[in-house]
Design a protein around this ligand. Structure first.
Ligand code: LMR
Length: 394
């Protein structure tokens, strides 16, 4: 039986992670997987999380099961963080998941249960695991233009033209902020135009929000998600706590289903809880409990928000430093987009050969489509990368 299994296509992000680990060079630079790194290259545990862990160790009296959809306190706190007061709580069904990836998986399964004929529309490009999971769940897929290679900005005209093909009942996956892999994001008026189109088409957005707080701040980064949820009859949201709470390995996230009709919330809630039961029974709780403690304790929350701002401002400063270094070296503004992009990633616009040259000659690792993790840089490596980019003729 097991011999019948097929080879699986490799995940480019994880394959690069391994290649980097295997590279013996001391001066190698990792701009691959989307993990935050401080100036010393470490991915530290946030102090607010450490403090919450200490409190939890003192206070927790049982590790018995939590609720099937996850702890209610976690769901309330995260719905508050993502949606603010955009929609009444009674209109939101939610379930804790195994990280943001688990939330996406549950959302796709929920769509399959509700409307197996729905086509799921993805931005070109998108996070490679989006199409991989959709294929695995077995839903039809479509693509809409998103990135303009020439300007390294959003091809908004192309996006809107392609979204005209969306049918009633289809689902459009949108990155709530900090688009992965490009770093190019919609403006508020563009988001409003997308909402108009979805409403006119009778399509549902599935918003993947994995980097809230990494772009323009916690509220600004959630503004588009809130606007769509308040405006459209139905909105699905997959949120991750991996990056903004720095708890990657704890696998903490949640799926939310917002409906303008509160009478449908109960039924959606039962289905989300059932999906948890079918896939893994109870969701992991440790990370969720830490997040709840941070969000509900004013001191811990203030500490966390300050730490998150340091992370965000550090990435913005690195973006500006790299754009400046490249302006100096290229004598042009063609890398100015790096300072405009938001979040961890920017797509540099290099060919696969140039990406290979950066890796082989300079020990600089970025994804093959030239997505680089800005947080992998520091003040010392910015000029090294800028020199290498010019040397590679990018
Ligand atoms: C990434 O895009 O690098 C992150 O979301 C990590 C992952 O799981 O791919």
């Amino acid at each position: 039986m097991l011999g019948n299994l097929k080879q699986q296509p490799e995940d480019k992000i994880l394959a690069l992670m391994q290649m980097y680990r295997d590279d013996p060079r001391d001066n190698k630079i990792d701009l691959g997987v989307g993990v935050y790194r401080d100036a010393s290259g470490a991915t530290p545990v946030m102090q607010a999380i450490k403090d919450a862990e200490q409190k939890l160790w003192q206070q927790e009296t049982s590790k018995s099961y939590t609720a099937l959809a996850g702890d209610a306190g976690f769901l309330d706190a995260m719905i508050g963080l993502v949606l603010g007061d955009a929609v009444p709580r009674a209109q939101v069904a939610a379930a804790a998941s195994v990280g943001g990836t688990g939330a996406l998986h549950q959302a796709f399964e929920l769509i399959k249960m509700a409307n197996p004929g729905a086509t799921i529309w993805l931005s070109a490009p998108t996070w490679p695991n989006h199409p991989a999971i959709i294929r695995h769940v077995g839903l039809p897929m479509g693509e809409y233009r998103y990135f303009d290679e020439a300007s390294r900005g959003v091809d908004f005209a192309g996006m809107m033209a392609d979204l005209e093909k969306v049918a009633a009942g289809d689902v459009v996956v949108l990155h709530g902020c900090c688009h992965n892999p490009t770093g190019a994001n919609l403006t508020a008026p563009e988001w409003a135009a997308v909402a108009d189109l979805l409403e006119r088409k009778g399509a549902t957005p599935l918003i993947d929000i994995a980097y809230q707080g990494f772009g323009d701040g916690l509220d600004d980064d959630a503004a588009a998600t809130r606007a769509l949820a308040a405006r459209l009859p139905e909105t699905l949201i997959a949120a991750s706590c991996s990056k903004n709470f720095g708890i990657y390995r704890e696998r903490t996230g949640l799926v939310m289903a917002v409906s303008a009709d509160p009478s449908s919330t109960g039924l959606t809630q039962v289905n989300l809880a059932t999906l948890n039961r079918l896939n893994y029974s109870f969701p992991p709780d440790h990370g969720a409990r830490l997040v709840t403690m941070v969000l509900t304790d004013p001191t811990l929350k203030a500490q966390w928000m300050a730490e998150l701002e340091t992370v965000r401002n550090g990435m913005l400063a690195l973006r500006q430093q790299l754009a400046d270094a490249l302006r100096e070296r290229s004598g042009s503004d063609r890398f100015g987009f790096l300072a405009q992009h938001r979040g961890m990633f920017s797509r540099l616009g290099a060919t696969p050969e140039q990406v290979a040259e950066l890796r082989e000659t300079h020990g600089i690792y970025m994804i093959g489509d030239s997505r680089m993790n800005i947080a992998g840089l520091n003040a010392q490596t910015v000029p090294i990368l800028a020199d290498a980019i010019i040397a590679a003729g990018i």
